[in-house]
Design a protein around this ligand. Structure first.
Ligand SMILES: [Zn+2]
Length: 540
């Protein structure tokens, strides 16, 4: 029962209910027992599996991945089952913290399973799984292990291909599909199943048997297996339509030749199916409902600490980076935090211990300063927690942070992206300041006009803003508008200006005036800047 269901039920029934802290406390307690049971179970399963082989060179395993709640979900569990005893040898829980691409989770899980088995000193002989190409590669890279794929999945795809050549629109009849194949979808699939089980582990034999399917349906039974009915029964008469049109024959042959069993017979010759691991996953669906998105803690329900949250950078200097994180559940044991870091591009992680959790305030946000770093470098950082039961959490996603590299350079870095824009702005600023100075010096009335006709100015400004923001015209044009409006003011305020000319207040105003223009320039440059950024964005 989910906590939310429990709460609702308890409230409706008025039977009182256990509060959150208590629930959490109990969860932490029994999680530990689950962990123990799990460990005992997988340990004994490995031993039992080993016992089943007469001459032990290695065990055969079947693996499959099961995603939580939906495709591309956060969680994925990869399970390995022993081929003889059908017991779980290991189950790895992979989350998006380990790798942000769900499609890589099966591979990662399989690697961990191999790692675990190697630690137990157990060798793997045959590894079967549904046809996941990255696992094929992983297994083949291991060298001595025989890779096998599940024929059921391959034959399912074959059936789809068969359906395409056995039915279709009328105008394509006997072109892309043939009526002579319409009764052969299931029987060809049966042939395939039979072929993988009777090819005597010989890839060439398997291919021959598959190609003979066409001959068999052409009523030519020369190469058919001695045990098959078409050979034994002298009065044999095929129930299926005999192939007579070349196009039907061609289409059937095409489907067979394109099937993965034909193209990679070596991956199927042992006829290892993964049905027991599929049924394990089905059973799991009963207990780990896919409609529910579990927390990591619940998903694993073992004494594994949870991955620290909100791992981020808070400060940097030329030789140090300060990071923060929120500790999560410790899995029932006191946890320590570890930060891994490396200069971007390097392979080796350096590890530093970032202290033990504070038992009194376990959830309090923590910070740590990484020192003695190199100047002006991009660093990759990630972290994990490990508790006193030596259980390690998943690592956080990689965080990229930069150390400072002296004031000048850092300014340059900030400016870098918009350097062009800024130079343009500075030039505009200089021109305007220069023009203003000149006007001031020569005593032209324009310097004081703003001060005297403030109200009008405001309106004008508003108008200008609108024009500037709306228009997508060039900056030169905008400048023109600016000057034009200034000229306009000139005419308007000529009279007032003459009246007030010598007053000190207007003097002050004229001093303030350049500021107003600065502000205006900023207004002009802002949208321009934004525009430039947009353009850059488009370019990339
Ligand atoms: Zn035959």
């Amino acid at each position: 029962m989910l906590p939310v269901h429990y709460n609702r039920f308890a409230n409706a029934a008025k039977i009182g209910h256990i509060n959150k802290q208590k629930q959490q406390y109990m969860f932490q307690r029994y999680k530990h027992h689950i962990e123990q049971q799990y460990n005992e179970s997988i340990e004994s399963a490995v031993l039992e599996e080993i016992r089943m082989y007469d001459d032990l060179t290695g065990i055969n395993i079947i693996t499959d991945a099961r995603h939580g709640w939906r495709k591309n979900a956060k969680d994925n569990s990869v399970v390995a089952i022993g081929e003889k005893i059908h017991k779980v040898l290991n189950c790895e829980h992979i989350t998006k913290c380990d790798n942000s691409v769900s499609q890589r989770h099966e591979n990662l899980g399989s690697q961990r399973i191999y790692h675990y088995l190697e630690e137990q000193d157990v060798k793997v002989n045959v590894h079967s799984h549904d046809r996941n190409l990255s696992i094929n590669k992983l297994v083949k890279d291991k060298g001595i292990i025989t890779n096998q794929n599940d024929p059921w999945h391959a034959i399912k795809k074959l059936k789809v291909a068969m359906k395409r050549v056995s039915a279709g629109p009328k105008y394509l009849k006997e072109k892309s599909w043939s009526a002579q194949l319409e009764d052969k979808v299931e029987s060809v699939a049966t042939h395939f199943h039979w072929a993988v089980r009777n090819c005597e582990e010989n890839p060439k034999e398997l291919r021959d048997v598959l190609l003979n399917i066409v001959e068999h349906y052409k009523n030519n039974h020369q190469k058919c297996h001695p045990d098959s009915r078409c050979k034994r029964d002298t009065k044999y008469e095929s129930k299926r339509i005999v192939l007579s049109i070349p196009i039907a024959e061609k289409r059937l042959l095409g489907v067979i030749r394109k099937s993965t069993i034909y193209t990679h017979p070596e991956d199927y010759v042992l006829a290892k199916d993964t049905c027991c691991v599929e049924s394990f996953n089905n059973t799991m669906n009963m207990f780990q409902d896919k409609r529910i998105a579990f927390s990591n803690d619940n998903y694993q329900a073992r004494s594994v600490p949870e991955t620290p949250g909100n791992f981020s950078k808070t400060a940097s200097s030329s030789t140090s980076l300060t990071v923060q994180w929120d500790p999560n559940s410790n899995g029932g044991y006191i946890q320590k935090f570890y930060i891994q870091y490396r200069v971007q591009g390097l392979l080796e992680w350096s590890i530093v211990s970032a202290g033990e959790e504070d038992i009194k305030k376990p959830k309090r946000r923590r910070t740590y300063e990484l020192r003695n770093l190199q100047e002006g470098k991009a660093y990759e950082l990630r972290m994990y927690a490990e508790n006193a039961a030596l259980k390690r959490s998943n690592v956080t996603e990689v965080l990229i942070a930069f150390t400072d590299s002296g004031a000048e350079l850092s300014v340059a870095a900030v400016v870098g992206g918009i350097a062009g824009g800024l130079t343009a702005i500075i030039i505009v600023l200089l021109i305007i300041v220069f023009v203003q100075k000149k006007r001031k010096e020569s005593g032209t009335p324009s310097t004081k006009l703003r001060a005297t006709s403030g109200g009008e100015d405001d309106k004008e400004d508003g108008l200008k803003d609108n024009i500037l923001y709306e228009s997508s015209q060039s900056d030169d044009l905008k400048k023109n508008i600016l000057y034009q409006s200034a000229d306009l003011n000139d005419d308007h305020s000529e009279v007032k200006k003459n009246q007030k000319k010598p007053s000190t207040s207007s003097e002050y105003a004229s001093v303030q005036k350049p500021n107003a223009i600065y502000a205006e320039v900023n207004k002009v440059t802002q949208p321009k800047n934004a525009k430039e950024k947009k353009q850059k964005g488009k370019l990339y």
